[in-house]
Structure formats: C-alpha cells, structure tokens
Design a binder for this molecule. Sequence first.
Ligand SMILES: N[C@@H](CCC(=O)N[C@@H](CS)C(=O)NCC(=O)O)C(=O)O
Length: 268
Amino acid sequence: MSQPARPIVYHIPICPFSQRLEILMELKGARDAVDFRTVDITKPRDEHILKLSGGTTALPVMELPNKGALKESLVLMEFLEDSFPEPAIRRADPYERGLESLLITLADPMIGAGYRLILNQDRGKTEELKAAYLKAAENVDAFLRAHSKGEGPWLFERFGWAEAAFTPFFLRFAFIPYYEGFDLPEDGRFERLLEWRAACLAHPAAQQTSEEEIIKVYYDYAIGTGNGGVPEGREVSSFVFEPHWKDRPMPPRAKYERRASDKELGLL
Ligand SMILES: N[C@@H](CCC(=O)N[C@@H](CS)C(=O)NCC(=O)O)C(=O)O
C-alpha cells in the first residue's frame, strides 16, 4: 500500500517561525514525517509557493498534497499536533492549553521589540527601544512567575508547546547582545525568564541553528535591512546560502559606527 503523502513545509532555514515546526516535530520524534524544503530568501519566491500562499511571500508555507495549503507558524503547529497526535505536546486540559496560548501571545510584543531594536540605526532611539524590549520581557517573566507549575524551569513539567513557540526567538535574540551590547539584566527582575530562556536554549529538540549562524546571517538586520534584502552599497545579502556561513568571519559588532563590505563579511 502506498504511504500517504507527507506535508511539505517550504521554509527559510534560519527563520524562527519555521524553527517552531522543526522543534515540534523533533519533540514528537517524527521530523521526517514532514518534508522540509529550503527556500533562499534572497531570491524572488517561486510561482508555486506564491500560489500556495495566495500571493504572500512570508514563510513557512505548508503544502498538503491533494488538499491545499496552510500558512502562519502557529496554525501549522496546530495542524502538525493534530496530525501527529502521539506524543501530544500541547496540554490536554483546556485551562492549561489556555495558559500555553496566553504565554505565546506575550511572544509577539517581545519579538516586535527585539526586531525593532536590532533594525534601529538611530542611536538616539536606542534607550527607548531597549526599554520597550525590557517591558515586554517583564510581562513574560511575570506570567511565568504567576502560572508555571512545579519546580522546573518550564511552564509545566517539561519543554512543551509554549517552549517550542518561544525558543527560536530566544536564539535569534543572541543578535541583541552581539550588536547592541545589551541583554536582559541579571538584577533579579528577569530571573524567572532567564532561567526559562537558558533551559529552552539548551534543550536537545531546539538545536537546529546556533548563535554563530544567527549572528553572521542576521548582520544585515543589524544595519537596517531585513528579509534578505541587499543593503545599500553592497551586492550580496548576508542571508545567501553561498558562501556558507561557516566559511565567513564573525561580522564587526559596531553597527552604528560603520558598515562592513561584502568582502569583509566573507560574502564575495
Ligand atoms: N506570522 C508569520 C511570520 C512569518 C515570517 O515573518 N517569516 C519571515 C522569515 S523569518 C519571512 O518569510 N520573511 C520574508 C517575507 O516576508 O517575504 C508566521 O508566524 O509564520
């Protein structure tokens, strides 16, 4: 008998939203049940993907052979959780599921604040942007203090649904200390969040990328150009697949003072 066709996920390998799905499938021990296909964000989207997405360019997009397509990482997580129910990663209890979802809603303000900070080019705005990032982080910390159960670092007793959704951003936010020289202060205010972040980052299901890769590939964000665009005065995006990030040097940290050339970044 032929096997049912696997869902295909078109993804940008370094995209945090896509990593949510990879983590989820790792937790299920079923990464190969999904056909992850990489897309080069520096090139125009393929017609096939645009047709699946209804014209939007953001990834991940999931193709369901003989059915149609879905997009939005949290929708795709739900689809995978329902399609591969064992082991369940979401909580079974409706209230606990609600808590997981509530915690995930706190990710958005933190993600927005983190990306605004890294993309900022105006030193005069830095303090205001840092304060917004800390405020968003404070809300996550307060939520964890109020609702996490048990002794461990997790929301519940293990790395679960909310952790799978948050961890990719903890990893991306390695670009903040590197390029901004700033991180969540260890002064007690963020203790619960810092404990959670450290445990999430160390979890075996969340090792698809590394701090080194993030810092090298996201250089263009640090100088104000997101989503695989080519910064002014350069020819190549730091998001290109070749030269491989492993073969490139660490970029200069000084984002406000000067901009590195393609050559200095190891892109030519
Ligand atoms: N809300 C979307 C966001 C996806 C998203 O922003 N993906 C980025 C990569 S990290 C992207 O594809 N950017 C390129 C573009 O929008 O064209 C989700 O949760 O899936």
